[in-house]
Design a protein around this ligand. Structure first.
Ligand code: THU
Length: 131
């Protein structure tokens, strides 16, 4: 799948976001080496801290379906004027499974930037840090 197609898929998830509190939909699409894609959206909660971000929704869907070490690209998109940068918690969760991931970050007009997760989370703490 092309980067453009992955970003477009992430955009289709915006309508599934459950965002009654922030009114800020986010969509994600996580590509595996075998071509499988797991999508996600943010799902908020009246207890605000229980909210899950779009990227982590996609990631936990993938891991719960047996994917762990084959993530190659993640697209994250929003409708805003600025790029929809992944939050710190999502960067950390992704780093656990895919320190070499490439991240595509889009803004509402469809423009996106491509950068390594390691640039978004330099000197990350991962499984190897515990040895
Ligand atoms: N959000 C995401 O889905 N991903 C991020 O990386 C940043 C924030 C969501 C969480 C919340 O539902 C809304 O955006 C506003 O913070």
């Amino acid at each position: 799948m092309t980067d453009q197609a992955l970003v477009e898929l992430a955009f289709t998830m915006l309508d599934r976001s459950y965002v009654p509190y922030s009114r800020f939909p986010v969509g994600a699409a996580l590509l595996c080496a075998d071509g499988t894609v797991f999508t996600g959206c943010n799902v908020e909660n009246a207890a605000y801290g229980s909210t899950i971000c779009a990227e982590r929704t996609a990631l936990v869907k993938a891991v719960s379906e047996g994917h762990r070490d084959d993530f190659v690209r993640l697209a994250v998109v929003g409708r805003g004027e600025d790029y929809c940068w992944p939050c710190g918690a999502c960067r950390q969760m992704l780093y656990e499974f895919a320190p070499n991931l490439t991240v595509l970050v889009a803004r509402g007009d469809g423009q996106f930037v491509t950068l390594p997760l390691k640039e978004l989370l330099p000197h990350g703490f991962g499984p190897a840090s515990l040895t």
